[in-house]
Design a protein around this ligand. Structure first.
Ligand SMILES: Nc1nc2c(c(=O)[nH]1)N[C@H]1C(S)=C(S)[C@@H](COP(=O)(O)OP(=O)(O)OC[C@H]3O[C@@H](n4cnc5c(=O)[nH]c(N)nc54)[C@H](O)[C@@H]3O)O[C@H]1N2
Ligand SMILES: Nc1nc2c(c(=O)[nH]1)N[C@H]1C(S)=C(S)[C@@H](COP(=O)(O)OP(=O)(O)OC[C@H]3O[C@@H](n4cnc5c(=O)[nH]c(N)nc54)[C@H](O)[C@@H]3O)O[C@H]1N2
Ligand SMILES: [Mo]
Length: 783
């Protein structure tokens, strides 16, 4: 009953080589003596990512979790024991039988004594590609069978946009998913203004599986055809050298001010498109009054903006004129949302694009997230594929995802969110599968304190990362290379068989199998499986998706043929994708889903919430932490973008991620001038610190960063030594506050710090699995 899909496979074997797909690409898999030895490039990918190779040496390495494990004092004394030791204490191996019994008993205790809303399983995170073995879907489906759980809404990626865009454009996802494609940009875009740049390294990723990487080719072909690029970012390296982009190295978090300065310049010089504004938008006059300064006596002109963003006013004026004179795409990165008032740059960019009047035209308008993901600007059809049904969650309580520490530490407290007031439930049990809050959350020292409060923390993980180490019960799961699945997402034209290449390592089980075992103990196995085996589910998902594709005129092979072939590429759409083309052509027949049916440059709904941190139109609201408020204690602005060598914290222990370490720590980039002021040298171990915490990092001196700004990618496994991370996780430093009362999104990029030479060289401890080593002493070396 509790076997992995590898062992019970009923799908006929094929003669082809083994395939796999991941969020970072598709690869052929070489196996020898029951071990994965190599991943080979998929020949249809013109720009393959190296990230995949990171898995080979860690699948069965010392940090693999090979049996269920329970934190020592929890095992000895039961739920609620020494939550403060989470992340410090060692684990004891137990049998699956014991692990299932402990989990089932504890779930039952919590739901009967405290109610299902005392279980938090928002379980945010990227997990792995694969339609069936999607960890969160499995976990949520299971919990819905036993009465539900407190959930979360929105993402860490762009919560501010997810909440503001529906007020401005009627919905979020269609405007996210249907960006004007690179082919149309190549043909028609004359000027591409990239707020947040176009870091091609981020385009390695596409959620749910990537067949062919297109971002680099897309931007290079536009450039070759004459598109001029402007890189508005504190990093020159946020645009490929070959693009020859103009670099506007603004202060981080000042994009809104810069956009308002451009908008006011258009008004002053009568360059805005009144015909477009009248027909397709509402509220421009209210916004224009603010820009002119009618409301507060301050004209948001180029000089005003220049003082905030530190780009000369003359350059802003020239740019505004250029934008009005050319077919212009205004691109905003996701990173702009992950800062205080992250709603504003997105709204301001849409307002600015509306003033240029090119929305819905080929090559013009706005686009959110070019190069942030491989699928943004990828010309493709949108096929609504089937997913594992999650069932219904009877529990109504939820949080905006980034408010997790607030919830855990403040039961009964409230939070304002998008016009509502939510009450935090009293969480007694946390269950995470497929995400890593000790990677993704801000102010990890604060999270640790909040995390100490619940009685029990359960984690499904495959490696001893920072999440597993902060759990009480660790349930070891398989990696995609140990199970059969299908990579199939509307974000990518390739559908790929994910073959089980090797048997599960140690006693690892698929998440589905783990949950099925617990479901059996709780009397809900039939509800959880519906009598289907994993292979039956794969058939069901594939065949249901095939029917859905057929309704859209796309013929897919039957399941067996697909398995034999290994992959399928869905044909291109008949018409190239242009964002909001239909709305522009016929706004009466295709109105937006806003109250007015038009683009809301002023939103009565948002204004009606009466939030001082998110008024009814785009506005400049000064953040608490940015260079405009730098202090002697924290004079540097730290940005913590996505890592080039991995996805978030995944495979951080693998060779690809480890290749960029300096003295075993993540690199931090600093301008030579800032390094010289501090007497710091390339390759030195430094301590980055502020009032919230500290992390050690290896110094990399880099001229392509704006002075006063430092950059350290996210993803180094959090390795706490008191308030200091020895390994270079920037979330020891970031602020854990919401973007505003509207979206309550995360604000990792709004962060001031100081940097000094490290006073001691304590090595990261993260390579010691907490199950074998002796109890570590609590003595702090560097804290
Ligand atoms: N400072 C700072 N912080 C940030 C960001 C930033 O820019 N700066 N970016 C934010 C953003 S945009 C995001 S999306 C988040 C990402 O945060 P996460 O999505 O939480 O990060 P991942 O490391 O991808 O976590 C996925 C976890 O799932 C596990 N996993 C993989 N496959 C499986 C499986 O099959 N089953 C189970 N049970 N587990 C599996 C992996 O081992 C890993 O621990 O981080 C956010 N945090
Ligand atoms: N290799 C790799 N690619 C990834 C991911 C990964 O982990 N690894 N994660 C994926 C995920 S989940 C997401 S959500 C996307 C995120 O996509 P983004 O949010 O766009 O990515 P970031 O790398 O955080 O930021 C992009 C750039 O914004 C710049 N920037 C930071 N602050 C400011 C500012 O205030 N103003 C301006 N103008 N620029 C600023 C930084 O220099 C940075 O290089 O990336 C995806 N792609
Ligand atoms: Mo993200």
């Amino acid at each position: 009953m509790t076997q992995n899909s590898f062992k019970e496979a009923t799908i006929a074997s094929t003669n082809r080589d083994l395939l796999t797909s991941a969020h970072w690409g598709t690869y052929w898999v070489d196996v020898s003596d029951g071990r994965v030895t190599n991943l080979r490039t998929f020949e249809h990918d013109p720009d393959p990512s190296p990230i995949g190779h990171g898995i080979v040496n860690v699948m069965d390495g010392p940090l693999r979790i090979t049996s269920p494990a329970v934190r020592k004092s929890w095992l000895e004394h039961g739920p609620g024991t020494r939550g403060d030791l989470r992340g410090q204490e060692d684990f004891v191996s137990v049998s699956w039988d014991e692990a299932e019994r402990l989990v089932a008993t504890e779930l039952d205790r919590v739901r009967t004594q405290h109610g299902n809303d005392a279980i938090y399983a928002g379980s945010y995170g990227w997990a792995s590609a694969g339609r069936f073995h999607h960890a969160q879907s499995q976990l949520k489906r299971f919990l819905n069978c036993i009465g539900g759980f407190t959930s979360s809404v929105n993402t860490y990626s762009y919560a501010a946009a997810e909440v503001i865009m529906p007020h401005v454009l009627g919905d979020f996802s269609s405007h996210l998913e249907r960006l004007t494609c690179w082919e149309v940009l190549t043909e028609s875009c004359e000027l591409f203004v990239a707020f947040g740049g176009l870091p091609v390294s981020n385009g390695q990723i596409g959620q749910g599986g990537v067949g062919a990487h297109v971002q680099r080719a897309g931007m290079l072909s536009a450039h070759a055809n004459g598109t001029r690029f402007v890189n508005v970012s504190p990093m020159r390296s946020d645009a490929l050298d070959q693009l020859g982009a103009d670099w506007l190295p603004l202060r981080p978090s000042s994009d809104t001010a810069m956009m308002l300065g451009l908008a006011q310049t258009l008004i002053e010089d009568d360059l805005h498109d009144s015909t477009f504004l009248d027909r397709y938008t509402v509220g421009f006059e209210r916004f224009a009054a603010y820009l002119r300064g009618d409301t507060d006596g301050i004209a948001k002109n180029a000089e005003w903006a220049a003082a905030l963003c530190d780009i000369p006013a003359a350059r802003l004026r020239t740019l505004a004129h250029d934008m009005a004179a050319h077919r212009t795409m205004i691109s905003t990165s996701y990173s702009l949302t992950r800062q205080e008032h992250g709603e504003q740059p997105i709204w301001a960019a849409i307002a600015l694009a509306a003033m240029l009047g090119q929305i819905g035209l080929p090559g013009g308008g706005f686009g959110f997230g070019y190069s942030a993901m491989n699928n943004n600007g990828l010309n493709r059809r949108y096929v609504p594929y089937a997913a594992l049904p999650q069932g219904k969650n009877p529990v109504k309580s939820y949080i905006p995802v980034a408010r997790v520490s607030d919830m855990l530490s403040n039961p009964g407290g409230t939070v304002n969110y998008n016009g509502r007031t939510l009450t935090f439930p009293n969480i007694r049990l946390v269950w995470w599968a497929g995400g890593n809050p000790f990677h993704h959350h801000q102010d990890l020292n604060r999270l640790r304190a909040a995390w100490a409060r619940p009685d029990t923390v359960i984690a499904n993980e495959w490696c001893w990362n920072s999440l597993a180490r902060h759990a009480d019960i660790v349930l070891p799961c398989t990696t995609p290379l140990e199970r059969r699945d299908i990579a199939m997402t509307s974000k990518d034209p390739f559908i790929t068989a994910m073959d089980p290449a090797v048997p599960p390592v140690g006693e690892a089980r698929d998440d589905h199998v783990i949950l099925r075992g617990i479901a059996a103990r709780m009397g809900v196995e039939d509800a959880f499986t519906e009598g289907r085996s994993p292979d039956d589910w794969l058939h069901w998902i594939y065949e249901t998706s095939r029917e859905s594709a057929a309704r859209g005129g796309i013929t897919l092979p039957d399941f067996d043929t697909f398995q034999q072939q290994g992959w399928v590429r869905v044909p291109l759409p008949e018409k190239r994708v242009i964002l909001m083309e239909q709305f522009r052509t016929d706004p009466e027949t295709y109105p937006l889903k806003t109250p007015s049916g038009k683009i809301e440059i002023f939103s009565e709904t948002v204004a009606g919430f009466d939030y001082e941190d998110c008024p009814g139109h785009p506005a400049w609201l000064e953040p608490l932490e940015w260079l405009g408020r730098a202090t002697l204690e924290a004079p540097l602005h730290m940005i913590s973008p996505q890592p080039k060598t991995k996805l978030h914290s995944q495979l951080d222990h693998g060779i690809v991620s480890r290749s960029d370490r300096i003295n075993g720590r993540a690199p931090v980039l600093m301008h030579p001038k800032d390094a010289a002021e501090r007497g710091l040298a390339e390759g030195q171990t430094v301590r980055i610190f502020n009032q919230r915490g500290a992390c050690m990092a290896g110094l990399k001196i880099d001229e392509s960063i704006r002075p006063g700004v430092v950059q350290i990618a996210t993803g180094a496994w959090y390795d706490p030594d008191g308030p200091t991370c020895l390994h270079g996780n920037p979330n020891t430093l970031t602020q854990d506050r919401g973007t505003s009362q509207l979206a309550q999104g995360p604000i990792a990029h709004s962060c001031l710090v100081q940097i000094e030479a490290a006073k001691c060289e304590t090595k990261p401890k993260i390579d010691n699995p907490p199950i074998r080593s002796k109890l570590r002493s609590a003595k702090l070396a560097c804290g």
